[in-house]
Write a protein that binds this ligand. Structure first.
Ligand SMILES: Cc1cc2nc3c(=O)[nH]c(=O)nc-3n(C[C@H](O)[C@H](O)[C@H](O)COP(=O)(O)O)c2cc1C
Length: 162
């Protein structure tokens, strides 16, 4: 099973969550940040594509959504997995995922997940700090990584291979 992971990460948490997922999955995967995605990446050679993004200002990354829309046809032929990272509770995280990704692709897979999120206050830009303070009242480090969800996502992906 050839697996490709396409993701966005601005502050590093999504990358960290993906390395935990890779430990649970144990399958070799090619992992590409959406900013490094180009025409040389041949989607045809993958059996499974996992797509994920953090939520910033109530939105999933627009390049990730653009990738999904541009490649709808080929993605609909693959085994798929979707996830978001965010600081919200799981119900809100579900809304982010279900309202953002194309519904026809979401319907084609059971593997959808919500990994939690993390803020390292020191690494944020002044604008990000101000945004978080104003919109969420956050002024410090926060970590709510959901290892259980990541493990369940890996189990769901493994089942796709049987
Ligand atoms: C400026 C800013 C805005 C954010 N907006 C939201 C939001 O609207 N909803 C939410 O649940 N989480 C929000 N988050 C939390 C991020 O989704 C969370 O920190 C995520 O883990 C970041 O992933 P990354 O480190 O891979 O970029 C925000 C974080 C920052 C810094």
């Amino acid at each position: 099973m050839q697996t490709l992971v396409i993701y966005y990460s601005r502050n590093g948490f999504t990358e960290k969550a993906l390395s935990i997922l890779a430990d649970f999955l144990k399958d070799p995967t090619d992992t590409i940040h959406i900013k490094d995605m180009n025409n040389e990446v041949d989607l045809n050679k993958y059996d499974r594509i996992i797509i994920g993004s953090p939520v910033y200002n109530n939105r999933v990354n627009s390049k990730i959504l653009g990738f999904c829309k541009k490649n709808m046809e080929i993605l609909s032929e693959k085994k798929l997995g979707f996830f978001v990272t965010s600081l919200s509770d799981i119900e809100t995280a579900k809304d982010y995922l279900f309202q953002s990704f194309p519904k026809s692709l979401l319907r084609s897979t059971r593997c959808k997940s919500f990994f939690g999120g993390e803020i390292s206050w020191a690494s944020l830009s002044p604008v990000e700090r101000l945004t978080l303070q104003m919109t969420k009242g956050i002024t410090t480090d926060v970590s709510n990584i959901d290892l259980n969800e990541i493990e369940k996502f890996a189990a769901c992906l493994r089942k796709q291979c049987r």
